[in-house]
Design a protein around this ligand. Structure first.
Ligand code: MF3
Ligand code: CO
Ligand code: CO
Length: 256
């Protein structure tokens, strides 16, 4: 036992509920359903499993999860918008169980999506996993950002600079900020027991974004497609633990 094993056990329970919510949604996502329906399914699943949805009433947000379609970078608000053939969508779920938070998101492809969109989604997922694979005590935050930026730029994509990953435990967003770009060997060092998210937002075009008048929806300025994946992780003595792994093996599309 160590002094963070109790915290990790609780984070795992919250993370697992968030992951199972995405697993459940995967079996419903298809052409013709609205993002409000996704929100309703998510809300009910989390409630039925004795958790709470963190986004609901968070800083005035009125839905239980985020649905970010096509050129929406993050914080898309569920609405009567119907999923259409060729859409790509990120669904971001944050569950609270026993005061602890689990935050995770995945991309979904609706019907037949363009090759360019599929490549963007693949590179975004790979960049997150490459960063997770190097995590261990002593690594610096800049190394995480560098790993992600270096990879996605080599594929011709760009890293969003205005949003980042974050510390998370019994608070939704806490220090440190986890930037998805940066220089090797800069920033603070990772210590065992640290818990945070990695959630790269990657654009097919330029990295510039703007937030719409609703105060939430972030979109690419050039209207290019944007993709994101997110895991909540904890730093261990010799690596890390992912708290938000899919139970059904639904890591990235296609979810077969
Ligand atoms: N889940 C998002 C994150 O990864 C935050 C959503 S806040 C909301 O940090 F209010 F927009 F839901
Ligand atoms: Co997050
Ligand atoms: Co999130």
């Amino acid at each position: 036992m160590n002094n963070y094993s109790e915290k990790f056990e609780k984070m795992k329970i919250a993370g697992n509920l968030a992951a199972r919510t995405l697993d459940m949604l995967t079996d419903h996502i298809k052409v013709g359903i609205s993002t409000d329906y996704i929100d309703k399914l998510g809300y009910e699943f989390i409630k039925d499993n004795h958790g709470h949805s963190a986004p609901l009433f968070y800083r005035g947000f009125k839905k239980s999860l985020c649905t970010s379609l096509n050129h929406v970078v993050c914080h898309g608000i569920p609405s009567d918008r119907i999923l259409d053939d060729g859409d790509i969508i990120n669904i971001d779920v944050t569950a609270i169980v026993n005061e602890h938070y689990g935050d995770t998101s995945r991309m979904f492809c609706i019907g037949k999506t363009p090759v360019k969109a599929n490549n963007l989604i693949d590179s975004t997922y790979e960049s997150m996993m490459k960063a997770i694979k190097i995590l261990k005590p002593g690594l610096k935050l800049g190394d995480i950002g560098h790993e992600i930026q270096n990879y996605v730029e080599s594929k011709g994509f760009s890293v969003v600079k205005d949003f980042c990953g974050h510390g998370i435990s019994t608070i939704f967003h806490e220090p440190p900020n986890i930037l998805h770009y940066g220089e090797k060997n800069t920033g603070i060092e990772l210590d065992p027991g640290m818990t945070f998210t990695i959630e790269p937002m990657i654009n097919a075009g330029k990295y510039d974004i703007k937030v719409l008048d609703d105060g939430w929806t972030a979109v690419t300025k050039d209207k290019s497609l944007s993709a994101q994946f997110e895991h909540t992780i904890g730093i261990t003595e010799n690596g890390c633990e992912i708290f938000t792994k899919s139970v059904k093996g639904y890591s990235k599309p296609p979810y077969l």
